[in-house]
Design a protein around this ligand. Structure first.
Ligand SMILES: [Zn+2]
Length: 158
């Protein structure tokens, strides 16, 4: 008897984004040997970004100091760039660890950066569960990617 084949494991979206040759395919705005910044495919608002370390790791305390520094540095740069481009009224910045805590990809940790506008949550309530994001991801990508080309190199120096 042969055991039924289990479904192939889903490829990790972050690991795929690090290795896909054309960064546009995965909407990856920035990547180097430590970390990346990419658009969330299912954005909560326009400009919803995710920052992830290069290493496929589930917990902050598994990471190297260089990875942690890159992660927070890129979070800061993302907030600065989104402020310049989208002029939001506020931000949600945060991380979920484990499925129980709401992590969509539980075994590769990542930071969410979500620009917020006054009234956007009222709008979300009105539209119930519909995530109505007026801007196409390709449009967001084209707006943001030139800014990420000029990211400060000092972010990655120990
Ligand atoms: Zn991964």
């Amino acid at each position: 008897m042969t055991a039924p084949k289990s479904a192939a494991p889903q490829p990790c979206i972050f690991c795929v984004a690090f290795t896909t040759e054309n960064a546009r395919e995965t909407h990856t705005l920035f990547r180097n040997d430590l970390a990346l910044v990419m658009l969330n495919r299912y954005p909560y608002t326009n400009g919803h970004l995710m920052i992830a370390p290069r290493a496929h790791e589930a917990r902050l305390f598994d990471s190297t100091d260089d990875s942690l520094r890159a992660l927070i540095g890129l979070t800061a740069e993302s907030q600065r760039i989104l402020s310049d481009v989208y002029h939001p009224d506020g931000f949600n910045v945060g991380m979920n660890f484990g499925q129980i805590a709401g992590a969509g990809v539980a075994d590769h940790y990542h930071m969410h950066v979500v620009p917020r506008w006054s009234g956007d949550s009222n709008f979300m309530t009105v539209t119930a569960r519909t995530r109505l994001v007026p801007e196409e991801l390709d449009v967001t990508f084209d707006k943001l990617v030139p800014h990420f080309k000029n990211i400060r190199k000092e972010l990655f120096q120990s």
